[in-house]
Design a protein around this ligand. Structure first.
Ligand SMILES: [Ca+2]
Length: 182
C-alpha cells in the first residue's frame, strides 16, 4: 500500500508559508489604508479588494487556527501538586501549587506563540478556592470546561473552551465572534 505522510519538515515549511502570507497581506492592507487617506475613492476600492483577497486566502488558515483555539491540551514537568476541575470560571474548584514547563496547546501561555502555547512555562503558587473566588488560573478562558492535574513532577491539562467552539463553528459562515481571525 502506498501511503503518504506529511513530514515535520514539510509541515514546518507550510506553516512558514502561511505566516509569510499573513505578514505580506498585513503589509498590503496597511499600504492600502495609507493610500485611502490620499485618494479616498481609489484607496477605498483598493482596500476593499485587498480585504476580500485577504479573507479568501486566509479562510482555511483561520479555520484551522480557530479549531486549535478550542483545546487546552498539554503535559507538564516541574515540582508541585495541583488539581483544578472547571465547568467555566463560574463553576470551578481546586488547589494548585506548582512551577512547570509545559508542552502542548495552552492558549495565552506561549512565549513564542502566545496564542497556542506549544512550549512555555506556567506557575500556580498557592492558588485555591471555588467559582469566581478562585485565586489562580488567570491564563484560562472564562468558558473553559476541563481540568488540570499536577502530581510530584508531572502534570497535564485537558480542557475545551465553549466560546472558542462557538467561534470555530461561526467561522465557517464568515463570522468571527472572538475577533481573532488573521
Ligand atoms: Ca475566529
Amino acid at each position: 500500500m502506498n501511503s503518504k505522510r506529511t513530514s515535520p519538515l514539510r509541515f514546518a515549511a507550510l506553516l512558514l508559508i502561511i505566516l509569510l502570507t499573513s505578514v505580506c497581506l498585513g503589509c498590503a492592507g496597511s499600504l492600502g489604508s495609507s493610500g485611502a487617506e490620499n485618494d479616498s475613492a481609489a484607496g477605498e476600492s483598493g482596500s476593499t479588494g485587498i480585504g476580500v483577497a485577504k479573507t479568501v486566502l486566509l479562510y482555511p488558515v483561520n479555520r484551522i487556527l480557530d479549531v486549535l483555539d478550542i483545546f487546552r491540551l498539554n503535559v507538564a514537568a516541574g515540582p508541585g501538586f495541583g488539581l483544578n476541575l472547571r465547568a467555566t470560571k463560574f463553576v470551578q474548584a481546586g488547589f494548585e501549587n506548582y512551577v512547570s514547563v509545559r508542552a502542548g496547546l495552552g492558549k495565552g501561555g506561549g512565549m513564542v506563540f502566545p496564542r497556542y502555547g506549544l512550549l512555555y512555562s506556567e506557575s500556580e503558587l498557592m492558588t485555591l478556592g471555588a467559582g469566581l473566588a478562585y485565586t489562580g488560573g488567570g491564563q484560562r478562558g472564562l468558558t473553559e470546561v476541563g481540568g488540570t492535574v499536577h502530581v510530584g513532577i508531572v502534570g497535564a491539562e485537558v480542557a475545551v473552551d465553549l466560546m472558542e467552539f462557538v467561534d470555530a463553528l461561526a467561522g465557517f459562515i464568515m463570522l468571527d465572534p472572538q475577533g481573532d481571525d488573521l
